[in-house]
Ligand binder design. Sequence first.
Ligand code: NAD
Length: 496
Amino acid sequence: MVRRIQHFIDGQHQAGTSGRSSDVYDPATGQIQAQVDLASVAEVHGAVSAAHKASEEWSESSLTQRTQIMFRFRELLSDRTDELARVISSEHGKVVSDAAGEVARGLENVEFACGIAHHLKGEINEQVSAGIEVYSLRQPLGVVAGITPFNFPAMVPAWMFATAIACGNAFICKPSERDPSASMLIAEWFIEAGLPPGVFSVVNGDKEAVDALIDHEDVAAISFVGSTPIASYVYERATSAGKRVQALGGAKNHMLVLPDADIEMAADAAVSAAYGSAGERCMAVSALVAVGSAADELVEAISQRIPDVKVGVGTEAGAEMGPLITAEHRDRVAGYVERAQQAGAVAVVDGGNADLPTDGFFYGPTLLDEVTADMECYQDEIFGPVLSVLRVETFQEAMDLINANPFGNGTAIFTRDGGAARQFQHEVQVGMVGINVPIPVPVAYHSFGGWKASLFGDTHMYGPEGVRFYTRAKAITARWPDPASSQIDLGFPQNS
Ligand code: NAD
């Protein structure tokens, strides 16, 4: 019988009652390995009700208690990185070392949350007027929900839950129905770390569960990470429902290479950033913008490296790139590559021709040259191992191209010219910028977020902005007067 993945509500596994479920594949073999229950509106309401009850006590827990639990959870997650990485690899397909890297980056968010007492320090002004102080506090929101994508089943939830919980909220995770098991393990480990039942829950599901979370009046805030159309939809619906929302969307990340760059280093970076995790990263480089003479050298250097990329089953020793998430997605990627060639792009390497296992959802690293801005393969987020090379003559032409793109998640420049790098960082309309760094995902004590169609909402995720998102400010004006100076004054309060 196929394994069944349930929900995790009020501290325990709960079988779904909706009668609906979704297949969870092993992308390396193409076989169905489990079925995940899809929650009904009533089941979501049950989870919110348990979370709401838990949040009342949790919001009153001391900072010491929250910190100690977070430290214990950090130890469990650190000790069990390999176990979690293998679970991620089996459902997502990415290689185990890459999955372990994702867990390590998620762990950084937990470590940030271990310092929550420091991050929640308020501010105070003494003597704003005679005998009067003003100080600010940050208090939790109550129940908050996170809706997460398939491509980082541990790290993206960690961007949200670590800060949300440490700030005193109850957190409900609605993971991707394609790889839900990482969230379920995390929920179990939180209980083991001493987190009270109901403070971290997992509701598995699809649109029905997402809509029910958004519409529920006891859910105060929604964090979303996924594709741009759904991010936009979630943002509209949740803000209309009066909620605080941060909705991170898709991307088209450009890597700009100037002729003075170290071409060998740039080629290594391009191969790593384009084909790591089979290109299923929101910070993957998918557009290589080569200025002048950099283009020929780069295309040559990258095409030489591609045959050495070891594509294989994620658990195989030495494998560097696994399969795509579904057969449907692999076929979608293949369609883009085919139509790009029909539109005039040159397939220097076509991953569709690679000698790969036929059982799973594999597609090999692909390099498209002579791509232009009007082509579909440039305009759409392909989310696969496809790198498009766009040739331009000048730095300014490259800047104009990047800034005209509707997405603004990540970008990178490769150069030895400090002035060009400085101009790039200043003028580029993108939220996260790398200088000779291809995947500039900020560390946990900064915040993560794109611009334009890559982010709906005002607050970036995790780090200091995460603390602000998951708390609301209260300003207190206080006087402990000398009774001798008390008097009646009907005028508007003024400071003296
Ligand atoms: P997706 O948008 O299909 O799904 C994301 C979440 O939304 C899932 O939990 C899914 O169940 C839910 N969902 C799907 N359709 C829905 C609908 N119609 N109504 C309500 N909810 C719905 O994204 P995905 O395919 O899981 O992930 C890949 C996408 O995520 C890519 O576009 C990638 O760029 C993006 N992403 C962005 C970031 C970022 O930080 N900006 C990070 C990771 C992934």
